[in-house]
Design a protein around this ligand. Structure first.
Ligand SMILES: NC(=O)c1ccc[n+]([C@@H]2O[C@H](COP(=O)([O-])OP(=O)(O)OC[C@H]3O[C@@H](n4cnc5c(N)ncnc54)[C@H](O)[C@@H]3O)[C@@H](O)[C@H]2O)c1
Length: 248
């Protein structure tokens, strides 16, 4: 991938799926990569090649963000990608019902999917290079009401809102950095519950890794990009038009 050579990169949720594919892409592209995940054992195996370092941490843990070391000249690119769904992979559909999940499950998904991105922005933006960019992994479930997992859909709408508002703040303050969101459709990874597996074509995680790398290098500040099918181009998703208002 053009444009990653020598870059200092942080990837959360790097032990599996999209984050792992992105880690491999970045390492192969010559970047210096910090891999963060709760699954430290797998991270160590990915990092063993040399150009990456592994940090076992939960993105929902503010203290862990505070103690995360950053490169002397700052991060070039950050992927706030770690995420969970309401119920474990092998749970039946009813286990994701918004009225059935426990408050512990609710706090967990909000902690990982929303706090994890909010903390990540607050803790890495001040240490982001002038030409740097942050990409958060949202979902098409953040663009439409996704009744199969309401809490997940809520958090992903929140990620998109956070990215758009933060991009607006960066622009208002005349700061040069960029923040974007990627909204994947179905991707063949461990997050997808068995009951959601369907006839629909699932993308390989490497397809989304390429889109994140492309947003890092050329995405517009505030860009929300949707990628739903491997063989169809990604599309920028514009904010809802509001008569008389031009805010992004
Ligand atoms: N797979 C899909 O169909 C799909 C579609 C749209 C969006 N997404 C999003 O893509 C992102 C990556 O998910 P994936 O599909 O690769 O799933 P995955 O389960 O394969 O990978 C998620 C990774 O996040 C890590 N993680 C979970 N909780 C964490 C925490 N508290 N702190 C740090 N790491 C944590 C997991 O250990 C795992 O390595 C998520 O944000 C997910 O919501 C996935």
């Amino acid at each position: 991938m053009i444009g990653l050579d020598g870059k200092q990169i942080l990837i959360t949720g790097a032990a599996s799926g999209i984050g792992r594919a992105l880690a491999e892409l970045a390492i192969e592209g010559g970047a210096r990569v910090t891999l963060a995940d709760v699954d430290g054992g797998t991270l160590d195996a990915i990092a063993a090649g040399g150009r990456a370092s592994a940090v076992e941490m939960s993105v929902a843990d503010l203290a862990a963000w505070k103690s995360l070391e950053s490169p002397a000249r700052g991060w070039d690119f950050v992927a706030l990608n770690a995420g969970v769904m309401s119920a474990p992979r092998d749970a039946p559909a009813e286990a994701s019902d918004f009225l059935a999940i426990t408050y512990d499950q609710y706090r967990r998904i909000v902690g990982v999917n929303l706090d994890g991105v909010a903390f990540g922005i607050r803790e890495t933006l001040p240490r982001l290079a002038e030409t740097g960019a942050i990409v958060a992994t949202a979902s098409i479930a953040g663009l439409v009401g996704f009744g199969a997992d309401v809490a997940y859909s809520m958090t992903k709408h929140g990620v998109i809102g956070l990215v758009r508002a933060m991009a607006s703040q960066l622009q208002m303050q005349g700061r040069p950095q960029r923040i974007c969101a990627i909204c994947p459709g179905g991707v063949q990874t461990n997050i997808v519950p068995d009951f959601m597996e369907s006839e629909a074509e699932m993308m390989d995680p490497s397809v989304i890794a390429q889109e994140i790398a492309s947003l890092w290098t050329t995405g517009e500040n505030g860009e929300v990009r949707m990628k739903v099918l491997a063989n169809a181009p990604a599309e920028a998703v514009a904010p809802a038009p509001i008569p008389g208002l031009e805010l992004g």
